[in-house]
Design a protein around this ligand. Structure first.
Ligand code: IPM
Ligand code: MG
Length: 357
């Protein structure tokens, strides 16, 4: 039986997950997927219950599962504890332990939400780009790292940005393979004019491109890419980049679509096993208030059905249901615009389940 580990996490995590599971339960039944799932702790809730952000039981269950669906982790309650024990460390550790190096973050603008974007509708309408972010290397994991005391007593913080050739090659291949399913264009983002590590990145991506003569490769410095994303985002198809640049550019790309509350993501290993999560965080300020947008988590469940379970029809059923709910004018607070109807987290989830019928 295909088995999923559910990590609802902290903040709005549990409430958005509840809605995603209601949707998943419905498609599970309708498409006879035979999916089963169990809940485990990750992040702040795991610190409270077990003293660490990634308890061994969670890691073991995640390793044994076919896929993982995650809500969000972190919150102010855990910000003052020792660095190595913070909720985010649990998330980084599970990505590293499971070898989830390929992070796919599609930024797709639902036409119904063109008015919710802070950019002009003509700039964003029709937007459909995919950020492929390297997720288990770069400055997020490079050694040495830390904060040290200098001879004069001053503190100095330091991190190391590091990428091996093989790490660059495998993420580049993911990007080129995915481009073949789309518009056959890959943009590699670097800061090769300053950083050696990204100069190597650019070289290696260029070498890998030789195996994909049917895909057009171009390069851009990250500062320019950040600017182009708000200037003319429709020029992009697939963007491949390292861990830190990918983190930043994916939040930027998310806002083009109206709200980060709409963006799902997949983090895959070399075999296509994956962890699926919304791109947004735990939003502690609105947690428990029934206002969070559950659509990014619902769409993450759809990505899980597509990429890990190869259930394209079920994945599309969820995506169509989301489109239908937006057509009907239902909006959570983050995507509200003139002439639409505000609903809460639960109502939004229920509307998607109803739209599946
Ligand atoms: C993300 C998040 C994480 C990251 C944080 C919570 C550690 O911002 O998934 O984009 O930086 O990778
Ligand atoms: Mg981020």
């Amino acid at each position: 039986m295909p088995h999923i580990v559910i990590l609802a996490g902290d903040g709005i995590g549990p409430e958005i997950m509840e809605q995603a599971l209601a949707v998943l339960a419905r498609v599970n039944q309708r498409f006879e997927l035979g999916l089963t799932w169990e809940h485990h702790l990750l992040g702040g809730c795991a610190i409270d219950a077990a003293g660490v952000p990634l308890p061994p039981a969670t890691l073991a269950a995640a390793k044994a599962a076919d896929a993982i669906l995650l809500g969000a982790v972190g919150g102010p309650r855990w910000e003052s504890i020792e660095r190595s024990l913070r909720p985010e460390r649990g998330l980084l550790a599970i990505r590293a332990e499971l070898g989830l190096f390929a992070n796919l973050r599609p930024a797709l603008l639902y036409p119904q939400l063109a008015a919710a974007s802070t950019l002009k509708p003509e700039v964003v309408s029709g937007l459909d780009l995919l950020i492929v972010r390297e997720l288990t290397g770069g400055i997020y994991f490079g050694q040495p790292r830390g904060v040290r005391i200098l001879d004069n007593g001053e503190r100095e913080g330091y991190n190391t940005d590091v990428y091996r050739e093989t790490e660059i090659q495998r993420i580049a291949r993911v990007a080129f393979d995915l481009a073949r399913l789309r518009n056959r264009r890959v943009l590699s983002v670097d800061k090769a004019n300053v950083l050696e590590v990204t100069e190597l990145w650019k070289e290696v991506v260029t070498e890998v491109a030789k195996d994909y003569p049917d895909v057009q490769l171009s390069h851009m410095y990250v500062d320019n890419a950040a600017m182009q994303l708000v200037r003319a985002p429709k020029q992009f198809d697939v963007i491949v980049t390292g861990n830190l640049f990918g983190d930043i550019l994916s939040d930027e790309a998310a806002m083009l679509t109206g709200s980060i509350g709409m963006l799902p993501s997949a983090s895959l290993d070399a075999q296509g096993k994956g962890m699926y999560e919304p791109c947004h965080g735990s939003a502690p300020d609105i947690a428990g208030k029934d206002v969070a947008n559950p659509l990014a988590t619902i769409l993450s469940a759809a990505m899980m059905l597509r990429y890990t379970f190869h259930q394209e029809a079920a994945a599309q059923a969820i995506e169509h249901a989301v489109g239908k709910v937006l057509d009907q004018g239902w909006r959570t607070a983050d995507i509200l615009s003139a002439g639409t109807q505000r609903v809460g987290t639960r109502e939004m989830g229920a509307a998607v389940v109803a739209a599946l019928e």
